[in-house]
Design a protein around this ligand. Structure first.
Ligand code: 5GP
Ligand code: ZN
Length: 110
């Protein structure tokens, strides 16, 4: 999608500190970390959020969820918090679905 910052990261048009990538999923460090470890996991295709998700999106989201624990473990985490903001009334700033993987002490958001 034009003008979507995470689509641009997925296409390599904007740099990111990538920690995992395959054909469908990408994970990279949040530019303004809110925890000792703060990784964003995104589908490479543009899905806005869980308010608008459709049945056609579930294969890639199932794949994404299957990778989250591997991404966290590769960061040396023994546990993590997974946060997803959905919609402007749900604090979502970037309108491309992403999952915040948070690790370390004093995790925010709960
Ligand atoms: P949201 O509030 O939409 O759930 O969170 C968006 C997150 O994306 C924020 O934590 C913010 O720091 C991060 N972010 C925004 N722009 C960029 C960017 O260009 N690169 C990276 N790596 N993270 C970004
Ligand atoms: Zn996008």
């Amino acid at each position: 999608m034009d003008n979507c910052i995470f689509c641009k990261i997925a296409k390599g048009e904007i740099p990111a500190k990538t920690v995992y990538e395959d054909a469908h999923v990408m994970a990279f460090h949040d530019i303004a970390p809110k925890a000792d470890t703060h990784i964003l996991v995104i589908p490479k295709t543009h899905i806005t959020n869980l308010m608008t998700v459709g049945e056609r999106d579930w294969p890639v989201l199932t794949h994404l969820m299957n990778k989250v624990n591997h991404i966290a473990a590769a960061q040396g985490l023994e546990g993590f918090r997974l946060i997803s903001n959905n919609g402007t009334k749900g604090s979502q700033e970037v309108m491309h679905m992403h999952w915040h993987v948070l690790g370390g002490d004093q995790l925010p958001g709960f």
